[in-house]
Design a protein around this ligand. Structure first.
Ligand SMILES: [Zn+2]
Length: 116
């Protein structure tokens, strides 16, 4: 996804709109401290790439937040893939499981799953 780049003016406006506070640790961003604009609702969660969804944050706070989200993001991707029916097939499925392609009937006979 292409991210919009903001003008200097827009960055100053967003900074002022949040009274120059880091939205993660709520501490003031002091002169000379490194900060960047952060998406309040992450893009991967459907957040808008718009100034209204952006908050100033210290670079350090932001890095910690991004790292903390990695597991959640991966899980959300996996759940979504399952929802969409995208499966990765196991190379050696567990014998007797659905993925093996075989099933045992109530009478004990073993048949292919597609066979009725
Ligand atoms: Zn901070």
């Amino acid at each position: 996804m292409k991210r919009k780049s903001l003008t200097k003016k827009q960055r100053v406006e967003i900074f002022d709109a949040h009274s120059g506070r880091c939205h993660i640790c709520t501490r003031r961003i002091e002169a000379g401290e490194l900060w960047e604009l952060e998406h309040c609702k992450p893009l991967w969660l459907g957040g808008a790439d718009e100034p209204e969804n952006m908050r100033p944050a210290h670079i350090k706070c932001h890095a910690v937040k991004t790292a903390g989200e990695a597991a959640t993001r991966a899980k959300s991707d996996r759940v979504r893939a399952i929802h969409l029916g995208i499966k990765t097939q196991s190379r050696n499925p567990l014998p007797g499981s659905k993925a093996s392609g075989w099933k045992r009937r109530m009478d004990g006979s073993v048949v292919r799953r597609d066979a009725q």
